[in-house]
Design a protein around this ligand. Structure first.
Ligand code: ADQ
Length: 464
């Protein structure tokens, strides 16, 4: 085990944990960097285990330690595919219509959250900071308090927080305020999310808001704040500059539009294809023929809603290409294969516009990566949905669109493709300044500093 620093270790909990080398870039890399600085322990889920035993299995040690908690096949189904990804994910992305409650899923979620809490309670030193990530572990802090743990505990929610109407569809809605209140700091991506958390807490008769915006419940105070996540902007810029060139087999003057997403119904891919279709239909003869590359490898394919979105998208791409393609031109190239980060960085730089148009998204890092990857002397245009968390920081430089409004979305595509160089440069300069100033180091440092500064308080045993 690594040595314990004097001012307390950092204990990070996230569902996904690198089992071998840490991939460069992305959130995983940021957490690795934070742990390299603070020293500590990173806990994540094991690849399915035989039995549900307590305790942690060490999987590597460096300047900090890494360890996994057990997760059986049944728990993977109930906790991960079930409660986390078929209940919390759709609900927090404003899709209560996609909720599927299966018998036993919540029990599996509780069992896994309790196991993680017991493991942390056993090893946490009194000065350690505990930083929990995302919707997979909403109950861990509450369980830790019940076990008598008084450490500072932070939660960062990477996805949006639901509005008060949607949250009513959660059978465990009455428990949510006590889960949240067990933390010292609850971090969300945007100011809009802070308002949504506030609305949920307001319905809780036991919670009271103080003048400075912090909450008091069960004798403990906690703060709800926005910490918009950033990227390794410098690293991405270098990766884009040095990326291998790919022969895209396009006419030199043909505009390239690009979408890069995990295949997910929250990303608005069908709406995006339909807007591109509307843009193609409105094109005048003789104008350059654009190519739209959409990279969207499948994810969570064991969940029914994900199979459906894949089929919808294939149908939409086929029908749009059928209507507009020619012998030497395929308007949409829909790529389901995984594409390496370096090649993606190169494609960002080559693209004339990025279509980042989710229907709901915590932040959306693709928007920021695209900006970091541009050549400042000839930058591409960011088309960004109002519903991406990133819109709060990027509204001045991006073309903001409502992905549900096909006609105006199509006009934005045209505006991007035809935008004069001077306007592109000035919009990009604005975006670039923000992406580089509020990068991933800024985010990690801000969160950890805020958590460290939280006033210490008791365990609040047995709070309901
Ligand atoms: P995600 O939903 O995964 O993350 P996003 O932030 O867009 O969404 O992407 C995460 C990373 O995956 C990016 O670095 C991106 O480059 C990469 N990526 C996406 N599609 C890819 C593809 N097709 N091929 C290769 N790489 C791809 C969740 C929340 C987001 C939030 C992040 C971080 O849903 O809203 O921004 O966490 O907090």
């Amino acid at each position: 085990m690594a040595d314990r620093p004097k001012d307390g270790r950092l204990i990070v909990v996230s569902n996904r944990i690198p089992k071998g080398d840490v991939p460069s870039g992305g959130l995983v890399f940021a957490l690795h960097e934070a742990l390299m600085g603070a020293g500590g322990l990173w806990i994540g889920a094991a690849d399915v285990t035989e039995t549900a035993e307590d305790g942690l299995t060490p999987i590597g040690s460096d300047a900090y330690d890494r360890a996994t908690f057990a997760l059986t096949e049944a728990e993977h189904e109930g906790y991960y595919l079930g409660y986390a990804n078929s209940v919390l994910w759709p609900l927090f992305h404003h899709r209560p219509d996609l909720l599927t409650f299966a018998e036993g899923d919540f029990d599996a979620y509780v069992a896994v959250n309790k196991r993680v809490a017991r493991a942390i309670a056993k090893i946490a030193g009194s000065d350690d900071l505990i930083w929990i990530h995302d919707y997979h572990f909403l109950m861990v802090a509450h369980e830790l308090r019940a076990l008598g743990v008084t450490n500072r505990i932070g939660l960062f929610l990477h996805i949006p927080f639901p509005n008060p109407n949607d949250i009513m569809a959660l059978p465990q809605v009455a428990m949510l305020p006590s889960w949240l209140a067990a933390h010292d700091v609850v971090g969300v991506q945007t100011r809009r999310d802070v308002v949504s958390v506030r609305e949920t807490m307001r319905h809780d008769p036991k919670a009271q808001i103080l003048n400075d915006g912090t909450w008091i419940r069960d004798g403990r105070t906690f703060a709800v704040l926005s910490f918009p996540i950033g990227i390794d902007a410098e690293g991405f810029e270098i990766a884009a500059r040095e990326a291998p060139t790919v022969d895209l087999q396009m006419a030199p003057d043909a505009p390239l539009l690009l979408g890069v997403d995990r295949l997910d119904y929250s990303k608005g891919l069908v709406h995006r294809f339909e807007a591109f279709d509307a843009y193609l239909s409105a094109r005048k003869p003789g104008m350059p023929r654009p190519t739209f590359i959409q990279i969207a490898p499948g994810s969570r394919e064991d969940v029914a809603a994900y199979k459906e979105i894949r089929e919808d998208l294939e149908r939409a791409a086929g029908s749009i290409n059928g209507a507009h393609a020619d012998l030497d031109w395929t308007p949409i190239r829909y790529i389901r294969r995984h594409v390496d980060r370096d090649r993606i960085a190169g494609l960002y730089r080559r693209a004339d516009a990025a279509l980042v148009t989710p229907l709901a998204d915590g932040m959306n890092l693709v928007a920021k990566e695209f900006v970091a990857a541009q050549d400042p002397d000839d930058p591409g245009v960011l088309i960004l949905s109002h519903f991406a968390g990133a819109a709060e920081q990027m509204e001045a430089g991006a073309l903001l669109v409502n992905p549900f409004d096909r006609a105006s979305f199509a006009r934005a595509i045209r505006q991007a493709v035809e935008m004069p160089l001077e306007e592109r440069k000035s919009r990009h300069a604005d975006l670039r300044a923000g992406v580089f100033a509020q990068d991933i180091d800024w985010w990690t440092t801000n969160f950890i500093d805020r958590l460290r500064a939280a006033p210490g308080q008791g365990p609040n045993r047995g709070a309901a």
